[in-house]
Every structure is written in structure tokens, then in C-alpha cells.
Design a binder for this molecule. Sequence first.
Ligand code: NAD
Length: 523
Amino acid sequence: MIKVQDYRPQPFTDFTQPENVQAYQEALKKVRAELVGKHYPLIINGERVDTAERLTSLNPCDTSEVVGTTAKATIEDAERALQGAWDAFESWKKWDMDARARILLKAAAILKRRRLEACALMSIEVGKNYAEADVEVAEAIDFLEYYARSAMKYAGFGAAETTWFEGEENGLLYLPLGVGVSISPWNFPCAIFIGMAAAPIVAGNCVIAKPAEDSGLIAGFMVDIMLEAGLPAGVLQFLPGVGKEVGEYLTTHAKTRFITFTGSRAVGLHINEVAAKTMPGQKWIKKVILELGGKDAMIVDETADLEVAVTAAAQGAFGFNGQKCSAMSRLIVVDEVYDAVVGQFVERAKALKIGTGEENANVTAVVNQMSYDKISGYLDLAPQEGKVLLGGQPLGEVNGKQGYYIQPTIVGDVDAHARIAQEEIFGPVVSVLRARDWEHALEIANATEYGLTGGVISNKRERLEQARHEFEAGNLYFNRKITGAIVGVQPFGGYYMSGTDSKAGGPDYLANFLQLKSVTERW
Ligand code: NAD
């Protein structure tokens, strides 16, 4: 057993304190001097391997700047990574659970020391402002700390309870699955990337981690920390590459035992389909864990505290420019208070400053050209599907910097079945829907194929209790914003087309990467 204090989430940094802002700005300078321009090769079997082609990370808030590069894995690299991980698995699976957990704890300690560097790197690579970067690195530390502790409950014979039976000893062993592939998105490129690798690893599996194309540097930074913490060669293979190429190769490979994926619904469903096909020589049914998109709604009823409602709406909609799977993209307001709520929400959003992550703007640029074009397409559609109350324009340039900027946009009186009320836009665009009454509001909230996060702002107890059971969402919040789940506090994962509800940061998450074996001895 590891001897450590109980898990406590990391506190967030208070950026109203000038010394914290100053420390952040110094970290930005350090990262500019030491990490910007850096190249991260692949890491296969503990060795750094370069490739002929490279992936380039651009600063989304200033696209003239190349933040750095990573290697771009080929199919041959993927094959070698997979074989090497199976070799490493032979010894890694025999390590004691507590010895594996200690590596996560050590990595958490290193990351705590380098917290500001990780934050600053994300401000430059994906445009996070200070608070957004800070809560994400806190989450990464939390994942490491939390999974290290939760691993303990799966250690040893008899870890799970069985019923006593006369004349026999019976028990259950949790065993790792083998080698899996972890494919992550760019929007939480530090926390989700490391959480999805560390959980299977602490349980005794080996992982090939493929980061998103736009955020390879922060992923490389995190892998370096895991290796510095003592992870043996081959246990975590770092394989930046193109999803459709190496990602596809690994998810369809006969030797892949499990796939853990966080990303878009389209790619997730595609992986689900191809992974279900048995390949020649394959001797298992692949386990597939998928955490996908959302079209998350927050209801405001006529009993709500308007200040709470407006604050929750602005934070939930525009934090990291709406580029969160949990972002509030549908605001459902009961008719009686519609004008008051929407009026104040628009005023609040008008005050948001657009700029770079490094300047700590409220709203920064979206991640890449593809996102910018996709969101711009929805902005074109918005006037046909509702009344544009704020914003509505893509801005290719802000304060003299060329970047993928989009105005915070609020569209009123949108029909519940309109495209902008049904499809995930993944940008700073909110559809406001008018409900006749509370029952109608709940009906609208559930009229989606997704089921990730949701919220209710109300002072009526009966309605909160009804929503507790009937609002179809994996993470439901009352009288606060619907984003910002904390590891161990709000285990995270969605229903329906939002995913397989694996509940990252939850008490049973590691069980996704373990198989149970019952062993009986007759005395
Ligand atoms: P994406 O689906 O475009 O890409 C995710 C990853 O999949 C990337 O690493 C990409 O390279 C890889 N990929 C692409 N095609 C592939 C293929 N054919 N085979 C294997 N891998 C492939 O998603 P994104 O744009 O990076 O992320 C945004 C999406 O992620 C949004 O839909 C968001 O809601 C979702 N998301 C969900 C959660 C959650 O916990 N539910 C958390 C964060 C993000």
C-alpha cells in the first residue's frame, strides 16, 4: 500500500492577486525561451525517434508563429510501438500496484513544480487564458494523484468481495488487459492526454498515446515528466501522428486490446465500428471506451436568481471560447423571465475582451483553420435560424494579430430542432431557446441525441428533484455553471451519443482497463 494522505483536489490559482499574474508572465517568458521552437520526437521503447515528416503546432492567436514541431509517426513506427509495448507488458504487469502508483505520484510532484510552465505552454499552443490553463493543469495533477490512490483497491487476490463457500477458498483477481491505444483531443491537451494514459498504465497496461495534431508539444512535455518519474521503457509509447493514418492503423490492429478515445462523435463512432471488426489473428474482443461531444443545455426558470443564472451562462458558454465538451451551447429560458435573462446575458457577454491567451483575454482564438471555418459556417446559418443578439462574425484579426478569432455570439429565439440547437458547434456560439414553462424547458433540454452535461437554475425544490432523475445528462449541475468538473468530485462522462459514460476521475474508472479472474481452490 502507498502511504499518502487522502486525495484532495489541487486548489486553483487566484489571478486577482498581482503576484500570481506576474509569476504567470515570467513563466511565459521562460517557456518562450526554452520550449517554443522545440521539436519533440516520437518515443518508442524509451528511445527518441525522429521522422522524415513533422507536425507543426501553430499559435492559434497569432498564426504567423510556429510554436514547435513533433515527429509524425508512420505506420512502421506504429507497428514497432505496438510490438515494443507488448514486450514491455510482460514485466510491467508483474509490478506491484503500489510501485506503479508511486510513479504517478512522483509525476504529480514534478508537475506541481512545473505547473506554471505547463500552463504557459498551453496559452501559447492552444490559446488558453490563465485561469483556463491553470484549472487544466490542476486537473492533470488530480488525475495522477487520484488514479494512484484508486489503484490500491484493485490490488491483490480478494480485492473484490465474493461470498464465503464451505470447503473452498474463492477470490477475484483484477488483471490488466494488455496493450491499448489512447487517442486524445486538443481541447484538454494536458489533463485528458495524461489522464487517459495514466489510468490504464497504473492498472498494469501499456499504452500507445497519440495526441491531437494541434497540441503535440504539451503532450511531449507531459510524457517527459512520466519518464522522469521512472516509467520503464515501452510502457508509454509517445506517437504523435495523423489520426486517419496511425490512429486508424492502431484502432484496427489485431494486437490492440483496448482503445480509449476522447474526441468528436463522428470519429468516435467510426472507431467503434472499425474496432468491432475482428482482424485475422485477433484473439479478443476489443474493449472500446469513448467519450464524445455534447450539445449541453442549461435551463433558467421563473424562480431563478438572475445573477446566478447570468454568471453561470457566461462562464459555461464562453470559457475557453466554448471549446469544451461540457460548454453550455443551449440556454433554455422560461418565457416569463426570457427577456430579463437574455438581456443581462447579452450585456455580460458584451464585456468579454477578445485577445490572446498570453494577454489573458476572456475570449481567445479557436484552435485551427478547420474549427474557424466550421464555426463560420454556423454563423452564416444563425440569422436564418434565430435572431442574432450579439456577435455573429468571424474576426481574422484582433489587435493586429492574425488568428482564428470568433466573436462571442448569442442567437435568440432558436427553434429546439434547428441545426444550431442540435449540432455541436464547438465555439463561442450560444442558441437561446424560449420555453413556455418548466415542463416544456425540460422537454427541450432532453430533445437531443447527446447527453453530456446539463444544468438547472431554479429555486423550486420539486423541479430540482425532478431534474435529478429526468434531465438526461451524465453530469448535471444545479445553480452553478455546467463546466469545470473536478477529479473525484464530479466524475465525468456522458450518455447516449456523448459516449460510454466511463466517468473519468470516478471511483470505478480504472475498472475499464482491468479484467476479473475468479480463482477457486477446493480444500
Ligand atoms: P477529433 O475527433 O477530431 O480528434 C480526436 C483525436 O482523434 C485526435 O487525436 C485525432 O488525431 C484522432 N483521430 C481522427 N481521426 C481518427 C481515426 N480515423 N482513427 C483514429 N483516430 C483518429 O476531436 P477534436 O477536434 O480533437 O476534439 C474535439 C471533440 O472532442 C469535441 O467533439 C468535444 O466535445 C470532444 N471532447 C469530449 C470530451 C468528453 O469527455 N466527452 C472531452 C473533450 C473533448
